[in-house]
Structure formats: C-alpha cells, structure tokens
Design a protein around this ligand. Structure first.
Ligand code: PLP
Length: 401
C-alpha cells in the first residue's frame, strides 16, 4: 500500500535513468521524451555540462539562508534582468509561488494607489497553480472545485479578447493588474493573436494597471526567445518563470520592472529555499548552455519542422481540428477526447501529454534534433489515425475529408 497522497493519476511506469532525449524505465525499456517533465528539462536528461556544475555545487554548498547574502542569487538576478528587461527578481521554488508573488505585488500596488480591494483581471482557461490564490486565478472549475471559498479580487474574462478587458476597465475601478499566459499551456496550447499583447499594454497604460505575464511554461527559451513576450516587442511590468529555469532543480522567480520592482519591502515576502546557491548555480548554467548551444534557435527550427510534418501527415483528416503552438510548445487539437493516446504512446516508447481532454501537448527537450522530431512524429501519427478511425461510443467514425 502506498503512503503517498493520491493526487495524481499516475501512469504505470517509473524511470530509472535518462540520457539526452531518452529515458529508460525500471524494466530497461527506452522512451523518447517529448514532454521534458512538462516543459522542465530543456537540456534533456543527464546533460554533461549541466550535471558537472550541479555536482560541483552540491559538493561545495547547497543551502545557506536568505538571512545571508547569496552570491549566485545576485548573479542570477543580474542575468535575468539582462535578458528580460526587468529590474528586480524575487526567487522562490515553483510556478505557483512565483505567481503568488505577482498577485501580492499587484495588491501592494493597488493599496499604494488607494484602491481598497484591488482586483486582477484573469483569463478563461488560464492555469496559474494550485495554491489558494493561484487556483482562484486559474480558469478551470476542475482545479477549483472543493476548495471554496475562493479568494476575492479576481475578474475573469475570455482569453485573447481585448474588448472584454476594455469593458472591465470601463466598469470596474478596483482593477489594478492583468495576469495572463500568452500561450495557455494547461488550457490547451492556446496562442493569443499577434496584437493581443500590445493591446493589453495599451489598456494597462491607460488605466495605470500592471501587465503581469505568467511565463512559467512558455519562458526560458521554449518558444524560441527567452520569453514569449519578446515575439511582440512589448515589455510587461511583471513576469514569472519556473519550470525550465534550472532544468529540473526547483526554482521560480517573479521579476518586475519600474514601480512594481521596488514594492516589496523587507519582511513583505520570503521563502526558505528560494534562490539558494544550488538552484541559482543550476539556473545560471542552464541559461548559459541554452545560449552557447543555440537552443532557442533550435526550438524554433525543430518546433516549426514538427508542426509542418504534422500538418502534412494530418492533411485532410477531419478528426484533427488544429495544429498550433510556438517553438517547442506544440498542441494538436482533435475532434474527440484523446486521453488514451498517452498510454498508447507510452507503449510505443514515446512520452506525450493530453490536456483539456482533446489536445495532444508536446513539450520536447530543446536539444531535439530533426531525427528526434521525426521519430516522435512517426510514432504519434499512426496512433492518432488509429484512434480517429474508431467510432466513439454511439457515434460513427469521423471520415477523412
Ligand atoms: N503557471 C503556468 C503557466 C503553468 O503551466 C504552471 C504549471 O503547469 C504553473 C503556473 C504552476 O507551476 P508549479 O506547478 O511549479 O507550481
């Protein structure tokens, strides 16, 4: 009998070791990783240069405390400021904590402006984490159910709908910030339109709101730039990162620019582990490798290649509704629920994910070659076609157009 709380529907497989894009289970079977621990292991597994630095840091110093100066944390703050255009970073250990920090910043900002009950605009289908504040910000009843009362101070609008945000601006004087993922990961790899971010920036500027971006999944180079917002040349006020920032060593950060970057005062916020020497050394090396090895350019090339291959192979297949994403965030939306594909792919030696029931989500390591990409596509396509050829309960099978 397991003594671990039953919070995950786990697949019946345990991995013993990894090497690059490959993982081996306890029975010795090899799998191609097209998920990277859900957008975490951008460098793949057991990356030699990364491993050397982490091992060396473990042998020297793992943790001290934020009551002392931490040299690696200062260095990581400098590095993140340089690549993000933000001024200051707060370090924590996960995406939900990074978003908690952003929510706290927005509330401080609101109170400073004299708003008694500050509110944040959040989106349908958003995912921001599972703490009480971040699950309130999340746009999924499934994530929230059972944890009521949710927190006050959030106003929900449809994603990628600037008019809806404008209506909130016209009617709600308590709003002080917008929190949004530019590509909704858990929500189905939903990509916003090209003008959305600039539109949000303009609304935020007009109303003196903070523009806060959750780049926990899309950040650290996965879309081909350090941050997804760089594709539109718009600078936010607050950005959160976690997942891929230290290639699997737990870390999160909430970064802010301008007024928002100095709102936290001593004693306002903290974390025991946040930004410790091990996590910061790992993040610094991860960022250096991504840059030195051209992995962001690779994410663009391989991601585009995979989407093109899927488009070619699924051309005319009526059950495939959409193929979308940016860089190595790839979503394939089907007309039918497809959660079964995860175990079928596992049997075939490929690690994938399905989100919101009908969207196949691929988040491969950023070290993928064209050959890895083609192996993943060649493994997945027949499984999808097979699934689509079988009628769902009580329905005729979808026909090829
Ligand atoms: N924000 C986004 C966009 C995410 O995708 C996730 C996790 O999937 C989170 C926040 C929460 O991160 P964590 O699980 O590290 O708390």
């Amino acid at each position: 009998m397991s003594h671990v709380m039953n919070t995950y529907a786990r697949l019946p497989v345990a991995f013993e070791r990894g090497d690059g894009v490959w993982l081996w289970d306890t029975q010795g079977k090899r799998y191609l990783d097209a998920l990277a621990g859900i957008a975490v292991c951008g460098l793949g597994h057991a990356h030699p240069r990364f491993t050397r630095v982490v091992q060396e840091q473990v042998g020297r110093l793992i943790h001290t405390s934020n009551i002392y100066e931490i040299v690696a944390q200062e260095k990581l703050g400098d590095r993140l400021a340089a690549i993000s255009g933000m001024d200051n970073a707060f370090f924590c250990n996960s995406g939900c904590e990074a978003n908690e920090a952003a929510i706290k910043l927005a509330r401080l900002y609101g109170h400073k402006k004299g708003v008694e009950a500050p509110a944040i605009v959040v989106m349908d289908k958003a995912f921001h984490g599972r703490t009480i504040a971040t699950l309130t910000a999340t746009g999924s009843r499934k994530v929230q159910a059972g944890f009521e009362p949710l927190l006050p101070g959030f106003v929900r609008v449809p994603f990628d709908d600037l008019d809806a945000v404008r209506r909130v601006a016209a009617n709600n004087r308590s709003v002080v910030a917008v929190l949004v993922e530019l590509i909704q990961g858990e929500g189905g790899v939903n990509v916003c339109g090209a003008d959305y971010l600039a539109g949000l920036r303009a609304i935020c500027d007009e109303n003196k709101w903070l523009l806060m971006l959750d780049e926990v999944q899309s950040g650290t180079g996965r879309t081909g730039r350090w941050f997804a917002y760089e594709h539109s040349g718009v600078r936010p006020d607050v950005v959160t990162l976690a997942k891929g920032l230290a290639n699997g060593v737990p870390i999160g950060t909430c970064m802010a620019a301008g007024e928002a970057s100095t709102l936290f005062k001593q004693g306002n916020h903290g974390s025991t582990f946040g930004g410790n020497p091990l996590a910061c050394a790992a993040a610094l090396e991860n960022l250096a490798i991504i840059e030195d090895d051209g992995l962001m350019q690779n994410a663009i090339e391989i991601g585009d290649h995979m989407r093109a291959l899927f488009r070619e192979r699924f051309a005319g297949v009526a059950g495939v509704r959409d193929i979308r994403g940016a860089g190595l965030m790839i979503g394939i939306e089907l007309a039918v629920p497809c959660a079964d594909l995860v175990s079928r792919a596992l049997e075939a030696g490929l690690l994938i994910n399905v989100t919101v029931d009908t969207v196949i989500r691929l988040l491969p390591p950023m070290i993928y070659t064209r050959e890895h990409a083609e192996t993943a596509v060649n493994t997945l396509v027949p499984l999808v076609l097979d699934l689509l050829s079988k009628p769902a309960a009580g329905e005729p099978a979808p026909k090829a157009a």
